[in-house]
Structures are given as structure tokens and as C-alpha cells.
Design a protein around this ligand. Structure first.
Ligand SMILES: NC(=O)c1ccc[n+]([C@@H]2O[C@H](COP(=O)([O-])OP(=O)(O)OC[C@H]3O[C@@H](n4cnc5c(N)ncnc54)[C@H](OP(=O)(O)O)[C@@H]3O)[C@@H](O)[C@H]2O)c1
Length: 214
């Protein structure tokens, strides 16, 4: 599949691009908003597509079979950017993908998005923005999967996760490298289409853990 990685220059995004480059079945297209970042990806063998979620992104999605959304405004910007990128930026690229027809769309969402009002006060606006984007994706015609990890770490990949009710300790974290593996594995398991699920570091091999969707 031709896979567009949105937020490719992020920590999780870079892991996703590397996994796609090393896979037999997929071709990586890194969506970045600053041309200066391009060589990071072209040197590894990925294609680069310039796109800004706050602008028209229809060209960026053209010809793609799948989109993995791993972008985000981050914690250093204000509420305005949370709405502009995490919510409206996501809706923008969902709309663009819809127009191109029948695309696979894998969303990196967040634990707590199902009940933003129960989250920590400082995170509620972010969780609501992610919830709006997730709901918009669900209502679209796209073949979606929504993956909701807890707190992300920069630890090495373990290749093992717990999913939904198998999660014992919800205060644990999960490495961005493992989240990337889950997002890419969703492409390989069609049964994850139409599913929304939570993940944390855990005990089951990722490929096996996602079989709960079958
Ligand atoms: N932190 C957590 O514990 C946690 C928990 C659950 C879920 N998440 C979700 O996981 C996502 C990925 O996390 P991360 O730490 O890997 O992210 P990250 O390193 O902050 O990367 C985010 C990427 O989004 C890109 N981006 C921002 N605005 C954009 C725009 N207007 N157009 C195109 N791209 C844009 C950034 O581009 P530039 O490089 O150009 O700035 C950056 O490459 C987060 O955004 C969050 O929604 C996080």
C-alpha cells in the first residue's frame, strides 16, 4: 500500500516511516510541512509530500491507499493550535481523503478520549478535540481504525501490548515505538477496520493482540 504518514517528522511519525520502509508490503510517504526536513526521509528511501494540516491538503492524499495520522500540536502551543491541528486539521485531512474515495485511515488517538470530562482539567480541551476528530472519522465513509494509547514514552519497543480490558494498570505508559508498530500492523489486519481500542505496554505480541478484532 502507498501509505501517507501525517506528522512524519514527529517522534512517533519517524518510527512509523522506518517501519514502512522496512516492510515488504508498503511504501512510505512522509507528510511534512517544512521542506528542510525532507532529507531525513529521502535519505532513508521514503518519498516526501509537503502538506500543512491548516491548509489545503488534497494534493497530499492524492493516490494514497492509506493514511496514518500521527500529527499533533504538542504541549508547547496554546488551545488555539489544539483546535486548529488536533481537531480541525484532522477533520481537514479526513475530508480530503474522503474526496479521493475509499481510503484506509488509521488515527493515533488517546486514552481518555471517550470521556474527556473525566480527564485531568488541563487535558480536557485536548481530549475533547481528539474526541471530535475521532467521531468525525467514524461518521466518514473511510475504513477507519482508532488506536488510543495511554501516556507515551521514548523507551525502546518491546513488541508487546495489552488491549482494552486486558490492561491491568492504566497508569503505565507505552513506547512511541510500540505505538508505531501497532499502527502499521493495523494496515496488515483488515479486521481492525471499524474498530476503536485502547493500548498500553503489556504481555501479548502485537500481531496476536490485535487478533481480538477478528
Ligand atoms: N504525549 C502523550 O503521552 C500522548 C498520549 C496519547 C496520544 N498522544 C498523541 O500522539 C501524537 C503523536 O505524539 P508524538 O509525541 O510522536 O508527536 P510529536 O513528536 O509532537 O509530533 C507531532 C508532529 O505533528 C506535526 N504537525 C504539527 N502541526 C502540523 C500541521 N499543521 N501540519 C502538519 N503536521 C503538523 C509536527 O510537525 P513539525 O515537526 O513540523 O513540528 C510533528 O512532526 C500526539 O500528537 C498526541 O495526539 C500523545
Amino acid at each position: 500500500m502507498k501509505v501517507l504518514v501525517v506528522g512524519a517528522n514527529g517522534i512517533t511519525g519517524k518510527e512509523i516511516v522506518s517501519l514502512l520502509i522496512n516492510s515488504q508490503d508498503h511504501k512510505a510517504f512522509a507528510m511534512i510541512r517544512d521542506e528542510k526536513q525532507a532529507s531525513t526521509f529521502t535519505n532513508q528511501g521514503a518519498e516526501v509530500v509537503i502538506g500543512d494540516l491548516e491548509q489545503d491538503v488534497s494534493k497530499a492524499v492524492e493516490g494514497m491507499d492509506a493514511i496514518i495520522f500521527a500529527a499533533g500540536s504538542g504541549s508547547k502551543t496554546g488551545d488555539d493550535k489544539t483546535i486548529a491541528i488536533d481537531q480541525n486539521g484532522a477533520k481537514n485531512i479526513i475530508d480530503a481523503a474522503k474526496e479521493q474515495g475509499g481510503k484506509r485511515f488509521i488515527m493515533l488517538s488517546s486514552m481518555g478520549t471517550d470521556a474527556p470530562e473525566q480527564g485531568p482539567e488541563g487535558l480536557q480541551l485536548y481530549l475533547r478535540a481528539k474526541a471530535v476528530a475521532d467521531e468525525y472519522l467514524k461518521q466518514s465513509t473511510l475504513q477507519y481504525t482508532i488506536v488510543r494509547p495511554g501516556v507515551l514514552s521514548n523507551d525502546q519497543a518491546t513488541g508487546k501490548i495489552d488491549v482494552n480490558n486486558d490492561i491491568e494498570d492504566r497508569s503505565k505508559a507505552i513506547s512511541r515505538a510500540d505505538v508505531a508498530k501497532v499502527l502499521v500492523e493495523c494496515l496488515n489486519q483488515e479486521a481492525t477496520i471499524g474498530k476503536t481500542f485502547e493500548i498500553l505496554a503489556g504481555r501479548t505480541e502485537i500481531e496476536q493482540a490485535l487478533k481480538f478484532t477478528h
